[in-house]
Design a protein around this ligand. Structure first.
Ligand code: 5FU
Length: 272
């Protein structure tokens, strides 16, 4: 099974340049930690990214929650991405018809495709959402994650919905590099035990403290996510920066703690 192999050696299972980049970055930095920077002020956004940059393989954004967004934020984000060597993932969760998502991805104020290596989409509209986004993203070498499962209590992403998402992804391997999910997907939607099926699994809902946030979010530990469920990247938000967005020392300490927990779980996984 592909996830029992080292991240670096899995890069060859992928034709998509962004999938290769992510796997190689994880190996190089020995980090399967992604930080989700869900803050509303650009100065906090950039200072948190600068603080966690050395410890992460990927930074996940919700660019539309910044209240003082300017193009300069993107310029600085891209600079930090090069300086600290991390991949960028705009968690846009596209969910419309192909033509509309292509416009939302390429245009508007944010022009996501121009700077975000990875983005994601709900499979709910069917395969046309993939071809719509691919028409913009593929020529730029971008990668797409399908939302096969969500972390929230009572999520509708289960059973035949998740199975259909996996089958859709298998038919678009050149652009769909993996899933937002809570476990591996190899045996979902009809088993595919081929190396070809080495989808990347990025999992939100990760925390070492509370088990939830009182608003439906459910947290599991890095060990549960990486070792027990076989996921590849842990996505952590508030577990790292909490409420004190200016305390960069504490943010660094927390990022180190999650990085180590994620890597330990991975090493245990590949050693079995
Ligand atoms: F697709 C998903 C999901 O199923 N659960 C999530 O939590 C996405 N997320 C995102 O991960 C969510 O939008 C937040 O940006 C982040 C989790 O943040 P937290 O602070 O670690 O709960």
């Amino acid at each position: 099974r592909s996830h029992l192999k080292p991240y670096g050696s899995r890069a060859e299972n992928h034709r998509n340049p962004t999938a290769k980049l992510l796997l190689e970055t994880i190996e190089r930095k020995q980090s399967n930690l992604a930080v989700s920077v869900d803050v509303t002020k650009s100065c906090d956004f950039l200072s948190i990214i600068d603080a966690v940059g050395p410890f992460v393989c990927l930074v996940k954004t919700h660019i539309d929650i910044l209240e003082d967004f300017t193009q300069d934020v993107i310029f600085k984000l891209q600079k930090l991405s090069v300086e600290h060597d991390f991949v960028i993932f705009e968690d846009r969760k596209f969910a419309d018809i192909g033509n509309t998502v292509a416009l939302q991805y390429s245009s508007g104020i944010y022009r996501i495709a121009s700077w975000s290596h990875i983005t994601n989409a709900h499979p709910v509209p069917g395969p046309s959402i993939i071809s719509g986004l691919a028409s913009v993203g593929l020529p730029l070498g971008r990668g797409l994650l399908l939302l096969a499962e969500m972390s929230t209590e009572g999520a509708l992403t289960e059973g035949s919905y998740t199975e259909s998402a996996v089958r859709m992804a298998r038919r678009h391997r050149e652009f769909v590099i993996g899933f937002i999910a809570q476990r591996r997907m190899e045996n979902v939607g009809g088993s595919a035990e081929t190396e070809e099926d080495d989808f990347l699994i990025l999992s939100p809902g990760v925390g070492l403290g509370a088990r939830g946030d009182g608003m439906g979010q459910q947290y599991r530990t890095p060990r549960e996510v990486v070792l027990e469920s076989g996921c590849d990247v842990i996505i952590v938000g508030r577990g790292i920066y909490g409420k004190d967005l200016k305390d960069t020392e504490k943010i660094r300490t927390q990022a180190t703690r999650y990085k180590e927990a994620g890597w330990e779980a991975y090493q245990e996984r590949i050693s079995v």
